[in-house]
Design a protein around this ligand. Structure first.
Ligand SMILES: NC(=O)c1ccc[n+]([C@@H]2O[C@H](COP(=O)([O-])OP(=O)(O)OC[C@H]3O[C@@H](n4cnc5c(N)ncnc54)[C@H](O)[C@@H]3O)[C@@H](O)[C@H]2O)c1
Length: 309
């Protein structure tokens, strides 16, 4: 297409390309892509961008979407046009996320599920397939960090078992039942939430959590390779320390917070919405040649030796 033709189309304003440019303009005009940082919420008027969204026509399941990263991802994925199944063992929290999705015209379904239960996860996948007619995106994000998780000599077996059940088996069960569903839908993208602690050691031990997140990285790579030729991509998201309930409950004094912040070159905790944006990249065709990767979003933490004063 020549430049004159392109200019005419732009002036006419009815090509998909132009509509997309305008939509980006709208999004960029708002803070954090329409999601404000202060409260970790909420959303702007997404109606126009939903028409051309990056996940239009897709169905996504997001586990742990009752709060934190999962909730922000649910809002963002719905804003990008996906049908979103908001899964959480806290059903009322999931329902609140769905209410927020519906407020801007998005499509959401609240599902109560314990990801550590194979039966529960199978039922979740069946329900979502039945409701929306397929599955294209699975964000295995639910995770726990137990308050009694400690060093290797002090962590009780019950804490190790509970942590591995949710953080590792939860991902395995999601993939066990999600991958066949995705194959029935012609392929898709899986995102497994790991952590920076899968990559670097810390003198603040949480041995069960660390082991669980290392396992998530390892199993993500194998799943990616095994299913690569079935049109299924599998990537891991490695968040740095975030200002979400999960971590802030753990770092409950200013001193504990500062002990962490000194190691982050950017000098602040990350926000859940910043992880949601990275997850959106992995979920969408924008990352179409990526599989088996670990996407680290950590304010520079894992690259740092000495941080700025
Ligand atoms: N917050 C951080 O600093 C941080 C850093 C690195 C990785 N992560 C990981 O990110 C993911 C999301 O964490 P977040 O910070 O948003 O935490 P969060 O506590 O705000 O959200 C986790 C959600 O998962 C749900 N959940 C927990 N166990 C579940 C289960 N068995 N079945 C179904 N739902 C369950 C909870 O109800 C909650 O709504 C977790 O996997 C976590 O390990 C978090």
């Amino acid at each position: 297409m020549g430049r004159t033709q392109l200019v005419r189309l732009f002036q006419k304003g009815n090509s998909p390309f132009v509509r997309r440019c305008r939509s980006f303009q709208t999004i960029n005009d708002t803070d954090s892509g329409g999601l404000t940082r202060e409260e970790g919420i909420e959303y702007g008027d997404y109606r126009s961008s939903m028409e051309i969204g990056r996940l239009r026509g897709k169905t996504a399941i997001i586990t742990g979407a009752g709060s934190g990263i999962g909730r922000q991802a649910a809002l963002l994925f719905a804003h990008e046009g996906a049908n979103v199944a908001v899964a959480d063992w806290n059903f009322s929290a999931a329902a609140r996320t769905v209410d927020a999705v519906k407020e801007f015209g998005g499509k959401g379904l609240a599902v109560g599920v314990n990801v550590a239960s194979a039966e529960g996860v199978e039922q979740m996948i069946n329900k979502v397939e039945k409701t929306f007619g397929g599955l294209h995106i699975l964000f295995n994000n639910a995770g726990i960090m137990h308050s009694e998780d400690d060093d290797v000599t002090n962590t009780p077996d019950s804490v190790i078992d509970k942590t591995l059940d949710v953080n590792v088996k939860g991902v395995i069960y999601g993939c066990r039942y999600g991958i066949p569903a995705m194959k029935r839908s012609g392929g898709g993208s899986i995102i497994n939430t790991a952590s920076f602690v899968a990559i670097m050691g810390a003198a603040t031990p949480q041995i069960a959590y660390t082991a669980s997140k290392g396992a998530v990285l390892a199993l993500t790579r194998e799943l990616a390779v095994v299913h690569a030729r079935s049109g299924i991509r599998v990537n891991a998201l490695c968040p740095g320390p975030l200002r979400t309930e999960l971590l802030m409950k753990f770092l409950d004094t200013e001193e504990k917070k500062q002990r962490r912040l000194v190691h982050i070159p950017m000098g602040r905790f990350g926000e859940a919405v910043e992880m949601a944006k990275a997850a959106l990249f992995l979920a969408s065709d924008d990352s179409s040649f990526m599989t088996g990767a670990s996407l680290v979003v950590d304010g520079g933490l894992t690259s740092a030796y000495v941080t700025p004063e």
